[in-house]
Design a protein around this ligand. Structure first.
Ligand SMILES: Nc1nc2c([nH]c(=O)n2[C@H]2C[C@H](O)[C@@H](COP(=O)(O)OP(=O)(O)OP(=O)(O)O)O2)c(=O)[nH]1
Length: 144
């Protein structure tokens, strides 16, 4: 029996929500783990960073937008095993205000999706319960 604890992978992600209540998801580009799956923008928290700082950095790098840290609302988290024996711990923030226009920097496909339609997409497994939570808590917001 192998009693060694799983290696923890700390990832921070963010659901950008536009004024119409739609959520941004992105398709993982070729060459990355789990390529082709849909996810919330974000990435690994680097040494010395807070999850909030990691999200701000990743949104800038991946999408060219600049949220202020104070606009990141802690929403939910994923805690689950990943292929390869690692354990993913991933806080998900919601952000409704940012500077700049979304411009995918890594040739990734993006989609703005009503929360109740998120389950139509091939989300990464860890993201499915988070999408259900977004549906339950954000759905019904007024579309402008
Ligand atoms: N960014 C992000 N990663 C997710 C989500 N759901 C999920 O299981 N993951 C997993 C996929 C990866 O195994 C890991 C994140 O790694 P990553 O490759 O996106 O992180 P990164 O941008 O810092 O990576 P890298 O360029 O340094 O390789 O977390 C999600 O919604 N967003």
């Amino acid at each position: 029996m192998n009693d060694s604890p799983p290696r923890l992978l700390l990832v921070a992600a963010c659901a950008l929500v536009d004024s119409g209540g739609r959520v941004l998801i992105a398709r993982r580009p070729d060459g990355k783990a789990q390529a082709g799956g849909w996810e919330f923008p974000g990435g690994k928290v680097e040494a010395g960073e807070s999850p909030e700082q990691a999200v701000v950095r990743e949104l800038r790098e991946e999408l060219g937008v600049e949220p202020c840290e104070q606009c990141l609302q802690p929403f939910a988290f994923a805690s689950t095993t990943l292929e390869g024996g690692r354990w993913l711990l991933m806080p998900l923030f919601v952000c409704r205000r940012w500077d700049g226009f979304v411009d995918p920097k890594e040739n990734q496909q993006i989609a703005w999706v009503r929360p109740e339609r998120l389950s139509d997409y091939a989300l990464l497994p860890a993201d499915r319960p988070l999408a259900a939570e977004l549906r339950d808590r954000l759905a019904g917001e007024k579309v402008s």
